[in-house]
Design a protein around this ligand. Structure first.
Ligand SMILES: [Zn+2]
Ligand SMILES: [Zn+2]
Length: 181
């Protein structure tokens, strides 16, 4: 008799179901004595417990930006998890190229920052706040600003009195500021 299992998404390697186990997540074809797949995803990544919903998003989008990972020194950091075709999970803090200087843009806890921020020769202060007008920028929106110079859609933002307005976010002409357009 087939026992009940919780399916959280599709295996990136073989297309089988990824199911929840006591230790994390595993491809249904990676169970038993002669498994045809090797995919296992740990339930704890970067000292952070993953929720079923986060694993589902990682499996369907192949990437997810999350806060609350913990370094060996006990310092919290955000990063982007990337799922490879082989089912490996990589941590990638670089989300794109700086539109101002071409350096790497990394996700930080409060902003996406240019990696040349501390450069003695090519100092660059470009950054994108992760919260603008009460809107939490998604990874895709930050990448659109860096890559296209503007978000593809208007974003819902909030005034002091709570009233809602919708604007795109884009680059100022000098490509140093993020402005509402
Ligand atoms: Zn598989
Ligand atoms: Zn820069």
């Amino acid at each position: 008799m087939e026992s009940e299992k919780k399916i959280v998404g599709r295996c990136p390697k073989c297309g089988g179901n990824i199911i929840k186990t006591c230790k994390g997540y595993r491809c249904e074809n990676n169970i038993g004595d002669n498994p045809s797949c090797s995919v296992v995803i740990n339930g704890i990544l970067g000292n952070r417990k993953m929720s079923d919903e986060e694993i589902s998003e990682l499996l369907s989008n192949r990437r997810i930006m999350l806060d609350g990972f913990m370094s060996k020194e006990g310092k919290a950091f955000p990063t982007v998890l990337e799922l490879t075709d082989n089912g490996e999970v990589l941590m990638q803090s670089v989300i794109g190229k700086c539109p101002h200087c071409g350096g790497d843009i990394r996700v930080g806890s409060r902003a996406f920052n240019c990696s040349n921020f501390n450069s003695p020769t090519d100092k660059c202060e470009f950054s994108i706040w992760r919260n603008i007008g009460g809107h939490q920028l998604t990874l895709t929106e930050a990448q659109e600003i860096c890559g296209n110079g503007i978000t593809s859609a208007e974003l819902e933002m909030f005034r002091d009195d709570g009233s809602i307005y919708r604007k795109r976010l884009g680059l100022s002409p000098d490509k140093l500021q993020v402005v509402k357009i």
